[in-house]
Design a protein around this ligand. Sequence first.
Ligand SMILES: [Zn+2]
Length: 242
Amino acid sequence: MTQCLGRLVKDGPRGVYMLSFEEGGLFHIPLRCEMVTRSGDLCDSCVAKDIKTKEKLGGIRGITIGGPLPSYLMGRVTDPIPYWSRLYDSAWFRLKIEEGYTLSEETMAKVKKAVDKAYVDVTPVAPEAFPASKTKKEKKPVSAEKVLEKLPVIETKTQVPVKRKPAVKKTLPQGAAAQVDGEIDISEHEVLYISVRKQEVDERMFYLNPKNDKLYDMKCKYVGRLKDGAVVEYPDSDAEPS
Ligand SMILES: [Zn+2]
């Protein structure tokens, strides 16, 4: 006759069996079953809970088991802590800590007391990891803007079209001048492509042509020159005949 190895949890009272992170969110503290076994290492009640838990686990798809956690057996105190539990030091708990969740000194003292009691004479083992097949997250598409932000400024060379008036106005052949209403007539503008990089000036983003310090806004409109780290108004020479 020995003490049952079953690991149990209780939902209440809160602050005793369920403790909270400083940032909110509750977790269970482990409780070792106090029953005495007749044979084997689990008492009859824990054996029944163990069977129920295994049946339920066979049907779950995510990383939570569903239903009231105290109705399940959290394995034996000698087993790794189940991934689907909300126990102190479970995979879920460790993830919370990684995310920046913290415990007050008072909570930590309660945890230590409970853990010492539940795991007396037990060698601690690492918790069960989340099953890889159940935690596959869909990759979020990353916007082009985000990718650009991540790149070092010098690498973000971009080609932007800048309108430029030709020196000599071309005479268009008849028929070619037929324009659809509302369309911008670009026949009078020659499109010039220049190499630029993104540059922040006074907390605004611009495209900068490093060759002549010309700045263009995000819509590729010329705004002026970059001088001593500031935008200086200056006529756009590209708009003039060259
Ligand atoms: Zn038990």
